[in-house]
Design a protein around this ligand. Structure first.
Ligand SMILES: *Cc1c(COP(=O)(O)O)cnc(C)c1O
Length: 247
């Protein structure tokens, strides 16, 4: 049986609301972003109809495949996967408004060049590896401020916040440490008062750990399976590409 998307959205929204209540936050402070990898356009549109129009893909190929079918429906498109620099043109062509996974200066510099050429601007989050797991992308927490300083000098890129993938663990307190680390980094960056850098958003928390992330300050939770059902590919297919390209 296919997942009942509107029913699942209600369940997830309730989880968000409860986590907000528990931590003295307002539900409007937390946006539900739908991680739509492997989800067909017709099913994504069901979520749009239910009022959830913030989506994100991990791979440029999927972004491209779904673009035509989704473009008539009003929505906002982020990108949350590892971006290879030879895919920058496509990222812009398919109208991604925020790259949540910026994790290296070389990529930022290439984005800046292309954005200048097209006379466009792009919102970005800096992805931080808070779990210490080798397989996940993201800048090391100790290097995040330096990267942000450097990216802040690129006038076509607008830093809006931080993103992380928490540790995969059934031990909630270990997962919580990842989110606390991201929050602490956010506070340090705000204190550093870097010109042009906004730090409003913390994109953290997924189907399994969104409550913890909200308790620790998430403003965006990225949810896939809890809304659309299990995926056929393991997440390592998306996160564990053989070579970490250092371009
Ligand atoms: C797939 C994915 C998610 C959502 O994961 P679920 O466990 O399905 O909710 C969130 N963030 C990133 C970067 C993802 O690739």
């Amino acid at each position: 049986m296919k997942t009942n998307i509107p029913a699942q959205l209600k369940i997830v929204q309730n989880r968000i609301n409860l986590a907000c209540q528990k931590s003295g936050r307002r539900p409007e402070e937390v946006k539900l972003l739908l991680a739509t990898k492997t989800v067909e356009p017709e099913r994504i549109k069901i979520a749009f109809d239910a009022g959830y129009t913030l989506i994100a893909e991990n791979k440029i190929q999927e972004l491209k495949d779904k673009f035509e079918e989704l473009k008539e429906s009003e929505h906002v498109s982020h990108f949350i996967g590892h971006l290879q620099s030879n895919k920058i043109k496509e990222l812009l062509r398919y109208e991604v408004t925020c790259l949540e996974s910026l994790d290296r200066l070389s990529l930022a510099e290439k984005l800046q060049k292309r954005l200048e050429f097209e006379d466009k601007h792009l919102d970005v989050f800096i992805q931080v590896n808070t779990s210490g797991e080798e397989s996940k992308f993201g800048v090391h927490p100790d290097q995040a401020i330096d990267l942000i300083q450097a990216v802040s000098r690129l006038d076509r890129l607008h830093i809006k916040g931080l993103m992380t993938i928490g540790l995969f663990s059934s031990e909630a307190e270990k997962v919580r440490l990842c989110f606390q680390l991201l929050k602490k980094l956010q506070e340090q960056i705000i204190a550093a008062q870097i010109p042009g850098v906004e730090m409003k958003d913390l994109s953290m928390g997924m189907s399994g750990d969104l409550e913890i992330a909200i308790e620790e300050g998430a403003t965006i939770v990225r949810v896939g399976t809890a809304v659309f059902g299990e995926r056929i590919y393991p997440d390592t297919y998306y996160w564990n590409e053989n070579s970490k390209e250092e371009d």
